[in-house]
Design a protein around this ligand. Structure first.
Ligand code: HEC
Ligand code: HEC
Length: 191
């Protein structure tokens, strides 16, 4: 029993120890920053990948930062190995008044997950870090500038076997033949 406890303790020390990476800080918004109501003025989503924080060459899956028809912006982590997807809302923060140019801080969290980073609006680039159920990742994404890409983002969360928010059976069925039809009836910013 003793040995088992000791082994367990050693294992935990290694696991916890390895995770305390001094450079791994997900910067929360400073108290004097203001929240950007409604999010970025350009609602085109950022598509990219997320990787292991301590092995940046190892791509874990697809990453998406996108606005949702529900009115908020969300991050989506979709592992390549088919494991469960993770998504949650994020907010944007600026020093002073929001401008559609320059850098905007992104931050969001749930009970077990936190993500944060910087949206470089001029370059159309996002980079950040995330801790999902204690595992640490870095992620980045480029803004898709095509209307079609924005629609593809909707499908990533709303269509498919393992979708995050499946469309109810009462929903218009047009999307079953054309998954890019969403903007006929919805918008990217919930209007
Ligand atoms: C990162 C995942 C994600 C993406 C991308 C996404 N959604 Fe959503 N969407 C959700 C979730 C989760 C909900 C449920 C929100 C809630 O009620 O908490 C939702 C809710 C909605 C709703 C219902 C709102 C309401 O008030 O009932 C609409 C409409 C919607 N989404 C449309 C869209 C459209 C259109 C797009 C593409 C521009 C989109 N979504 C992209 C995750 C996403
Ligand atoms: C022909 C019009 C039409 C199209 C096209 C359409 N929707 Fe909808 N959608 C609606 C209507 C109407 C509702 C509300 C009725 C309902 O909930 O059944 C709705 C509701 C929703 C909801 C809320 C469902 C809930 O749980 O209450 C989501 C999410 C959503 N749509 C996403 C999408 C996405 C993603 C697409 C594209 C793949 C899409 N819609 C395409 C008309 C449309």
């Amino acid at each position: 029993m003793r040995i088992r406890q000791c082994l367990w303790l050693c294992l935990m020390t290694i696991v916890v120890g390895c995770n305390i990476f001094p450079s791994f800080v997900i910067t929360p918004p400073a108290p004097n920053m203001s929240t950007v109501v409604g999010g970025l003025s350009n609602t085109d989503p950022f598509f990219g990948t997320y990787r292991l924080a301590n092995a940046p060459n190892v791509v874990v899956g697809d990453f998406l930062l996108g606005s949702c028809g529900c009115g908020d912006w969300r991050v989506l982590f979709r592992p390549t190995d088919g494991g469960p997807q993770v998504q949650f809302p994020v907010q944007f923060y600026t020093n002073g008044e929001y401008s559609p140019f320059g850098d905007v801080l992104v931050h969001g969290s749930t009970d077990y997950n936190v993500a944060g980073g910087m949206a470089h609006q001029d370059e159309g680039f996002f980079e950040g870090k995330a801790e999902l159920a204690l595992a640490r990742y870095t992620m980045s994404g480029n803004r898709g500038d095509a209307h079609l890409l924005a629609v593809d983002a909707c499908g990533m969360c709303h269509i498919g076997e393992d979708s995050i928010w499946p469309l109810p059976p009462t929903h218009p069925q047009k999307y079953k033949t054309n998954p890019r039809v969403c903007f006929e009836c919805h918008s990217a910013n919930g209007q």
